[in-house]
Design a protein around this ligand. Structure first.
Ligand code: ADP
Length: 514
């Protein structure tokens, strides 16, 4: 910079040629240029800038044109901060001092946060008036930003802890002292930010303490440490219970037999609300299961008890039709016919309901079942219906499975009977087949009947869901619900794929034994 200052054409500036400069300015420039501490001088009414080598880097791309330029041009963006300060120094003849003052600079074309520690002191001219200032300034931007990195991490950690409503803790296994943050304090209801660990342990519910401590010790094991993770209860001063979830990780020092834990650091969260909600949900689920099984039992008993009077009505209606049918006058015969139809519908309903509740109340009798045999028996049972509907049923090779033969027979029977029943205009072509995956058998029963619209794919498996009136197709709306229950009790799923007018394929899976 000394060379540049010497070579510079000062006559073009408000300072005029160097030879005309006041002695004090020359001395100040001399000191500035020979110093290795960053500094600059602003002189005259325009505060013309002269700086040394040590300060040049802080000017960025403004070096070297900043030499001989008015200060307010060099420091345009920072002028609102430093301009008044420099003018104040000149007016009051008093030096200033700042540590790490933040400035936003554009010295390298982009906005940069910069931090300076500086002192501006007045410089007298040869007449003893203030002619300019000397600024000794070190830039600390790099240091400030470097210090801020760990701060960022701490901030981020705090944000994450806040978002999760968590506190942090730190346990020193050597001093057995626990340190913690504000949230931990609130959760545990303790004072201060440090406590002997024994005091903290006293808060843990006596039933949970041994388990928690075993986990702490496992986490501190120098040879085979496990991440610390525990859920436990604490007892507060008012004897209320709070549920805690804690996680942590130990740090170790040394090697081999010297290796030992130096800290265990972790988080805590108050999970009392979640625990209560989970407990309430479990209670609800238990209650629902209980009332469901009561309902199943009720349906079973009711339908079972209804069978007897129904049988009586049916037999006597049949007897009446046989013995007195011809002697009935007027509408008598028609009425008897209605009674018979009603009774038959009622019997079907009772039988299906009974079958439905039997599936829920009777355990699955697992054996090895030849699905092929089961299916053949079903086709034989349905023989008359199949014939009268001019349907044809093809049964492919079916595997041996692990399940309840009677119940699986019922699934085949309901699906094949439906395939026969919902045939529409065409004669039914029905096929029963099976595929294998790694862990399950998938059976399917396909037909070329009326099909089902996609919006009903799920709904038809719910009890009493029918898509047609009783006059269009007879039925109870219970068959598929029975199938679903049986399949699920075998660890499988049931679903349908179909297109209206083109037919349906019902699939169900049965888990293979492991
Ligand atoms: P339903 O006693 O009425 O047959 P399901 O529970 O067996 O009762 O079936 C429920 C409804 O699903 C039936 O009413 C019918 O609308 C529809 N459905 C079942 N199987 C078929 C099929 N193969 N083709 C078309 N629709 C079917």
């Amino acid at each position: 910079m000394a060379e540049r200052v010497r070579a510079f054409d000062w006559s073009q500036t408000a300072l005029g040629p160097m030879a005309t400069w006041p002695q004090n300015l020359r001395s100040a420039v001399q000191i500035c240029l020979t110093s290795r501490f960053p500094m600059f001088i602003w002189w005259g009414s325009q505060l013309i800038n002269i700086y040394n080598d040590a300060f040049a880097p802080s000017l960025g791309r403004r070096h070297p044109w900043a030499l001989g330029s008015p200060a307010h041009e060099v420091w345009r963006e920072a002028w609102p901060v430093i301009g008044p300060e420099a003018e104040g120094v000149m007016r009051t003849d008093r030096a200033t001092w700042h540590e790490r003052l933040p400035l936003l600079l554009y010295r390298n074309d982009v906005a940069e946060e910069a931090y300076f520690t500086w002192s501006i002191s007045p410089l007298e001219d040869d007449q003893g008036k203030i002619g300019g200032i000397l600024c000794v300034a070190t830039e600390e931007s790099a240091r400030v930003l470097a210090e801020r990195v760990p701060d960022h991490l701490a901030e981020q950690r705090q944000l994450a802890l806040d978002a999760a409503n968590m506190g942090w803790w730190h346990y020193d296994p050597i001093t057995r002292v626990a340190s913690f943050d504000e949230r931990y304090k609130q959760i545990f209801g303790v004072a201060g930010h440090q406590r002997s660990n024994d005091e903290i342990l006293k808060r843990i519910h006596p039933d949970d303490l041994p388990g928690v401590w075993a986990r702490v010790e496992a986490a501190l094991d120098p040879q085979n440490p496990k991440p610390y993770s525990a859920q436990y209860r604490i007892v507060l001063d008012d004897q209320s219970i709070r549920w805690i979830e804690a996680h942590g990780l130990a740090n170790f020092k040394g090697a081999g037999s010297e290796r030992h834990a130096i800290t265990l650091v972790g988080t805590v969260a108050d999970i009392t609300d979640q625990k209560r909600a989970a407990e309430a949900m479990k209670q609800q689920a238990d209650e629902l299961a209980r009332s469901n099984s009561e309902l199943d039992r009720f349906a079973y008993v009711a339908s079972h008890d209804l069978q007897e009077p129904m049988r009586t009505v049916h037999s006597f209606a049949q007897l009446l039709q046989r013995r007195c049918g011809e002697s009935l006058k007027g509408d008598g015969e028609k009425y008897l016919q209605f009674i018979m139809e009603g009774v038959n519908r009622m019997r079907a309903l009772i039988n299906d309901l009974l079958a439905y509740s039997r599936v829920s109340t009777h355990p699955v009798a697992f054996t090895t079942v030849n699905a092929m045999d089961v299916c053949r028996v079903v086709v034989q049972t349905l023989h008359a219906t199949i014939e009268s509907n001019h349907a044809s049923v093809t049964v492919d090779r079916l595997p041996m499975v692990h399940g309840d033969a009677t119940q699986l027979g019922q699934v085949f029977q309901n699906l094949i009977a439906n395939a026969v029943k919902f045939h529409g205009e065409r004669n039914s072509q029905i096929r029963v087949s099976a595929n294998e995956t790694n862990h399950e058998w998938i059976f399917w029963v396909s037909d070329n009947g009326i099909g089902i619209a996609p919006e009903y794919f799920e709904r038809i498996f719910i009890i009493f869901q029918r898509l047609h009136t009783i006059d269009e197709y007879s039925g109870t709306g219970i068959g598929l619900a029975i199938c679903k229950k049986i399949v699920e009790r075998h660890g499988g799923r049931i679903w349908v794929e179909s297109e209206v007018g083109k037919g349906s394929t019902f699939y169900f899976s049965i888990l293979k034994p492991k």
